[in-house]
Design a protein around this ligand. Structure first.
Ligand code: HCA
Ligand code: CU
Length: 398
């Protein structure tokens, strides 16, 4: 069973403009725990004392998920993380050529020494601490550097090595530049050295491939996959939690471990408090993800939803719905009438036709028609018109 690490509170809070107070963070952590994610990466305590406070509170909340802190590869940062009482520590330090030369100004050996020092210190402080080492920008680093740093880190006490596609560089199907290649190669190379850490993947969405790359890593046997609510994160963000879960279920993971009907509440909460709206056409959690519109579609799904749906909304505690507008046909109006408890009117062909005409006119304003709120008034108007026509008072309409 693959594990899910949610980083809404760390990577997600690195979305420009996003800020979650400690209280909001607690609510988000509780939602994530209820949904069943395995690890909650709650933040980097060295960034701000309020972040440290939030991590401490979440660590003490008695959640099932492991609570983690993110940390630079520095002893004082690790100390701050451990002071929060976390079960999980994520240390990152790049071993890419450019980073070593242009940013850190050290060679690979010195970098490895630093990693060993920090990891050993953390392990000494707390023996049952789960430690992850991420060679940041893993996939743009020489593979030999990654293998050397990862091996040393595992020997020093690291349990998990994360392959970070920090810049959204990888592509599925590419012979070398794919997550599949990285997961397979790293696992094999570490195994040759008698090392068996868990392999995690962190995929950024710069080319819109984060989910595809995460599934590529899953196919290669990745043990942990990073996600955030709504795919929030630096630049184009990372893998979306709901989208990953649905795809993993599709690929055979058992859904019983996850409480998917809580996802919508989490997304609503995060959207509201991040002030970032969920696009209506966003897979799984968008308002239109299970909404049918065009005449042909609605006519078909009235017989069998699967004719235009490969996903079952029930596993998310949702139902499919229909929209009314320019593209609608008779069936949509009839179904909409039934939806608002006016099924008796659905047999009146004449009236249904009039309602459809009026809907097509309203649709030209270019915003969705709210069935519950607007249809009653449309019916009323069309009934009056229908009545006038029948009584030949208004020959204009006939
Ligand atoms: C960052 C970069 C990071 C780190 C991932 C990790 C990335 O914002 O610090 O520590 O596992 O994308 O490489 O998110
Ligand atoms: Cu990242």
């Amino acid at each position: 069973m693959v594990q899910i690490l949610d980083s809404t509170l760390r990577e997600g809070e690195q979305t420009p403009g996003v800020y979650f107070s400690p209280e909001k963070k607690m609510v988000i952590a509780q939602f994530l725990d209820q949904i069943g994610v395995d690890i909650i990466e709650a933040g980097n305590p060295a960034v701000d004392s309020e972040i440290a406070l939030a991590i401490t509170r979440i660590s003490q909340a008695g959640l099932n998920a492991k609570i983690g802190a993110h940390s630079l590869c520095k002893i004082d940062n690790v100390r701050k993380a451990l002071d929060c009482g976390v079960d999980f520590l994520g240390v990152f330090f790049s071993v890419s050529k450019k980073r070593l030369q242009q940013d850190y100004n050290i060679n690979l050996d010195a970098a490895i020494e630093k990693i060993i020092e920090v990891v050993s210190f953390a392990k000494e402080q707390k023996h049952d601490l789960l430690i992850r080492y991420t060679p940041e920008d893993t996939v743009r680093s020489p593979i030999e550097n990654v293998i050397a740093a990862a091996s040393a880190a595992v020997e020093a006490g690291v349990d998990i090595i994360s392959i970070a596609d920090t810049t959204g560089y990888t592509t599925p199907f590419h012979p070398q530049r794919s997550m599949y290649f990285y997961v397979k190669t790293l696992k094999e190379e570490l195994k040759k050295r008698g090392l068996h850490p868990q392999i995690e993947v962190h995929c950024h969405n710069d080319k819109g491939l984060a989910l595809a790359n995460a599934l590529d890593a899953y196919r290669a046997g990745a043990d942990i996959i990073d996600v955030t609510t709504m795919g929030l994160g630096e630049r184009a963000g990372i893998v979306d939690l709901a989208e990953l879960m649905i795809n993993l279920i599709d690929m055979g993971e058992e859904e019983k471990n996850w409480q998917l009907n809580t996802i919508d509440d989490l997304y609503k909460f995060v959207s509201e408090h991040s002030h970032i709206s969920i696009p209506p056409h966003k897979p799984i959690t968008g308002k239109n993800a299970f909404t049918h519109y065009a005449g042909v579609h609605v006519k078909a799904i009235a017989k069998d939803e699967q004719l235009y749906q490969s996903l079952n909304p029930h596993i998310l505690g949702k139902k499919s719905s229909l929209a009314l507008g320019m593209q609608s046909g008779y069936t949509a109006v009839q179904l909409a009438l039934k939806q608002i408890g006016k099924g008796d009117l659905a047999e009146n062909q004449d009236l249904v036709g009039k309602i459809l005409q009026e809907i097509k006119v309203i649709a030209k304003r270019g915003t969705p028609i709210d069935i519950e709120k607007e249809l009653p008034a449309i019916i009323e108007h069309c009934t009056i018109v229908n009545h006038l026509i029948k009584n030949e008072i208004c020959s204009f309409y006939s």
